[in-house]
Design a protein around this ligand. Structure first.
Ligand code: ATP
Ligand code: MG
Length: 588
């Protein structure tokens, strides 16, 4: 394995009171600690909504702002913990009245509006299994997921219903009710077979006794991003709240006085675990912005809302980088003290950009829909190695393995050996099923380990480095090439805004590396630039690993959760069927 090209290590930030001695904490950590810190339901059992909201609504944080909702029309609405508790009780009463209860599946298809939070929390309160969907989904992806999940109730907005749901409603035979969120005043004539949520909420009581769910009762159904194929439905339990709590503390360093902004779409697991649950568990104020991405608008939110902890994704940061540092320099971020990123490899260039432009490094962390919460992270209490995902969090044991033909695995202890990233089973937010795919679920486990499908290496200091998805790794003349490393080298060039590489079949060497490059604003594609980039990559990576071909594209295909869809670039390159594109971001 060649060493990574960046060997700069950022000094640790001042150690947070949350994490005085990280290594010692990791050694002595037991899930019993957080279990005691969380309240549990008064009569026994555990429920995410109780831990996230009701427990605070009875205590010192009752008047603290839980959600600050920034609407597209420029208005702002604050909801306190006490209000959120009452409103989600009302929602739970509405569900109960409609006969929705324990084990029923509740789908939510609406943007970042208050009703989304009420539906998720109210759903937990009645013991239903909640599944948020991307509101940008078209009718087919919606129907497919509701059918697969046997959804009993759908919460959506009036316009999304008319545009996307009405036409496929008859296909979704499990669906008993649709609750409509009015976009203006109360709905005068809800379409046939739907209820006006506002009217039902107005009639409902503020009091609700949470259904006594237990640690292993299902709470959430999340579909994966579909980066490598058809999205899978991963089921999570109420006990996952322990992971959300611990990771909110150690990976995101949340404190009750924080103003926190998670930019993830609510239709993606990050939008729930860290857009709803973890911040509420820690009593912070979350900024909820309804608008679409716009660089200036985002900088304005960071500045004007005095965001202190920001959780975002590499694609978003790359878009800010593309907009240029001049724009960023028009704003000031004195309150911002911690930035984290997830979803895709975070290029070292991006970490350094954070230091240069925002005044703070960006902390990469790794997890998956299946893991339910952050597993590996750069935390406040350790030096960052830019380009690395960081170290396993307390309560998480990771290793690098090789799968053997008989289905067992070999653990590879030698530092820097590339293999599949695996996690010791048993963390609380581990998925408990792939919906309708038992065999596939079973195949994810071997010898007490969960096999992640990602390739990585662990260095001598215990930092994990992402190499690529097992499906994306390129085999060229006996070399194993991780796309991330090649993309990093391209990203280092000042003209490059984003890069994606694939393996293109080649008779001589098996595969050659082909790169697709998006240039920064104002930079013209030219043969000279192509030659320069090829030369730059060769110098950085050596001839065997550097791309043989570079194509300039006006945009790269992304999933709605912001991941580059390399499989689509590859399918297009090879003229193969494009596969499941339900999660493809429009216009990419
Ligand atoms: P599908 O499983 O349907 O192909 P997906 O794997 O993209 O989609 P998610 O669960 O949303 O769906 O994404 C998890 C994956 O994202 C990880 O397995 C990993 O490949 C990638 N990922 C997440 N965070 C990071 C990170 N910090 N560095 C590198 N890769 C990351
Ligand atoms: Mg996956």
């Amino acid at each position: 394995m060649r060493p990574t090209y960046i060997d700069k290590t950022l000094a640790a930030l001042p150690v947070s009171p949350n994490l005085v001695e990280r290594e010692a904490l990791c050694r002595t950590f037991s899930w019993e600690g957080p279990r005691r810190e969380l309240a549990g339901l008064p009569g026994g059992g555990i429920n995410i909504a109780h831990e996230a909201v009701d427990r605070h609504a009875l205590g010192v944080w009752r008047d603290q702002i839980a959600l600050r909702l920034l609407a597209v029309d420029g208005t702002c609405r604050d909801i306190s913990y006490a209000q959120l508790s009452q409103l989600s009780n009302r929602f739970a009463n509405v569900l109960t009245r409609l006969g929705i209860g324990r084990g029923d599946r509740l789908f939510v298809l609406c943007g970042r509006r208050l009703e989304l939070y009420l539906a998720v929390l109210g759903g937990f309160k009645v013991g239903a299994v909640v599944s948020p969907l991307f509101s940008a989904f078209g009718p087919e992806p919606i129907a497919t997921r509701v059918k697969l999940g046997e959804g009993a109730l759908l919460v959506t907005t009036e316009s999304l219903y008319r545009r996307k749901v009405a036409g496929v409603r008859s296909e979704m035979t499990s669906l008993r009710h649709v609750l409509l969120v009015g976009e203006g005043d109360a709905l005068v004539n809800p379409p046939q077979g739907t209820f006006d949520l506002a009217s039902l909420m107005a009639e409902a009581s503020d009091e609700f006794a949470i259904v006594p769910t237990q640690v292993d009762d299902p709470a959430l159904l999340h579909f994966t991003s579909g980066t490598t194929g058809t999205p899978k439905g991963a089921l999570h339990v109420h006990g996952a709240v322990l992971t959300h709590y611990v990771t909110g503390k150690y990976a995101l360093d949340l404190h009750p006085q924080d103003i926190y902004w998670c930019t993830a779409d609510p239709g993606w697991v990050t939008g729930t675990s860290y857009g709803i649950i973890a911040p509420l568990l820690h009593g912070v104020t979350s900024i909820i912005d309804e608008a679409e991405f716009d660089a200036e608008h985002w900088y304005r939110i960071l500045q004007d809302e005095r965001v202190s902890v920001w959780y975002t994704a590499p694609t978003a940061i790359r878009m800010l980088m593309k907009a240029g540092p001049e724009l960023a320099h028009q704003f000031r971020f004195p309150d911002l003290r911690f930035i984290a990123s997830v979803g895709e490899p975070l290029n070292p260039e991006t970490v350094w950009w954070g230091v240069d432009v925002l005044g703070l490094p960006i902390h990469d962390n790794w997890w998956q829909t299946e893991t339910g919460g952050i597993m590996i992270a750069n935390t406040v209490a350790m030096p960052i190695k830019p380009g690395s995902m960081g170290k396993p969090l307390p309560g998480v044991e990771a290793c690098i393995v090789r799968r053997l033909a008989d289905g067992s695995v070999d653990v590879l202890h030698e530092p820097d050996t590339i293999g599949e990233l695996a996690l010791k089973k048993g963390w609380p937010s581990m998925f408990c099923a792939y919906l309708g795919q038992d065999e596939r679920y079973r195949k994810c486990f071997s010898d007490g380990l969960y096999l992640t499908g990602d390739l990585a290496r662990c260095d001598a200091d215990g930092y994990y480095w992402f190499v690529g998805r097992a499906d994306d790794v390129i085999k060229s003349a006996g070399h194993l090439i991780g796309p991330f490393e090649v993309e990093n080298a391209l990203m280092e060039h000042p003209a490059v805004a984003e890069a994606a590489v694939i393996g293109k079949p080649d008779e001589m060497v098996g595969e050659v590396v082909k790169a697709f490059v998006l240039l920064k604003r104002g930079i013209e594609a030219s043969e000279a630039l192509r030659a320069e980039l090829l030369g730059h990559a060769r110098k950085r990576l050596g001839a065997a690993v550097a791309p043989k071909e570079i194509v300039f594209l006006p945009s790269l295909p992304h999933t709605r959760s912001g991941k580059i869809m390399r499989r689509l670039l590859k399918a297009r390159e090879l003229g193969l069927p494009e596969g499941d594109l339900s999660t493809l971001e429009e216009g990419t």
